[in-house]
Design a protein around this ligand. Structure first.
Ligand SMILES: [Zn+2]
Length: 256
């Protein structure tokens, strides 16, 4: 056989290899870049005595209002990464979140794992999430967090094109499968907090007991963070590169 005529089986294997490499770049490659190397992604703020609380997957008709009440009673503004479909079902609740001064972020339209979506479907998931939020609260979201913190290339690029800062987290209070009690959440977050920490919480989703446990955890969690010298601030303040005044706390142990 002349060398130019390739074995069709080999050609098929070559094509499959190219597709597999492309799929790896689209999923794991992007995740390594974004989640591991933090290229174009924020996982924490600058090293000053501030932390932010962030809530994913809402708004939820049962839990979000109660969590808003607790935050208001504690004088804390947080960030809510909303699912577009939930916003479409509960637009007044989304408006209440924004009106209370919390940051609003895009958590895609339907919370599908981005590794299961084509580029076109991923772009639509990001766009529709942003549109539902803009329709409900009257302003485009400034932040993006992918479901389960997992990017693909198309969503990563699209969020950037929309001007949404990609935000993950540096402290997570819950296990992925098992429920964490309110006391355990509080203890872990207060212990793991560090300068510029972004704390991942849920006002919906996760284990069925998670939003309720989170609400019960919040007062002591916030008190514990403040007792360690941290100010609990909204994301826009945490990520502000040039805040007013010096908020470093000389009493804090420097982190590596
Ligand atoms: Zn989520």
């Amino acid at each position: 056989m002349p060398r130019t005529l390739r074995d069709p089986v080999q050609l098929g294997l070559d094509a499959a290899a190219v597709l597999a490499a492309g799929a790896l770049a689209y999923t794991i490659g992007t995740q390594t870049l974004a989640g591991g190397l933090r290229v174009g992604v924020v996982k924490r703020g600058p090293r000053r005595a501030q932390v932010s609380l962030t809530f994913d997957d809402g708004p939820d008709p049962e839990h979000t209002s109660r969590i808003l009440d607790v935050l208001a009673a504690s004088g804390v503004r947080a960030a809510f990464f909303m699912v577009g479909r939930q916003v479409a079902s509960h637009p007044a609740l989304a408006r209440r979140v924004a009106a209370a001064g919390h940051d609003v972020g895009n958590h895609t339209f339907a919370h599908r794992h981005l590794w299961t979506l084509t580029p076109g479907a991923s772009i639509a998931a990001v766009d529709r999430g942003a549109e539902e939020i803009a329709d409900a609260v009257g302003a485009a979201p400034h932040y993006f967090r992918p479901p389960w913190g997992t990017f693909n290339w198309a969503a990563y690029v699209r969020a950037g094109q929309l001007g949404e800062t990609r935000v993950l987290w540096s402290v997570r209070s819950e296990g992925w499968a098992a429920a964490a009690s309110a006391a355990r959440m509080t203890a872990h977050v207060v212990r793991a907090a560090h300068e510029g920490a972004i704390v991942n919480l849920h006002d919906r989703g996760g284990h069925p007991s998670t939003p309720e446990n989170t609400r019960h955890a919040l007062p002591e969690m916030i008190a514990g963070l403040r007792a360690r010298g941290f100010e609990v601030v909204p994301l826009r303040e945490l990520l502000d590169p040039a805040p007013r005044g010096d908020t470093r706390n000389p009493g804090l142990t420097p982190r590596v």
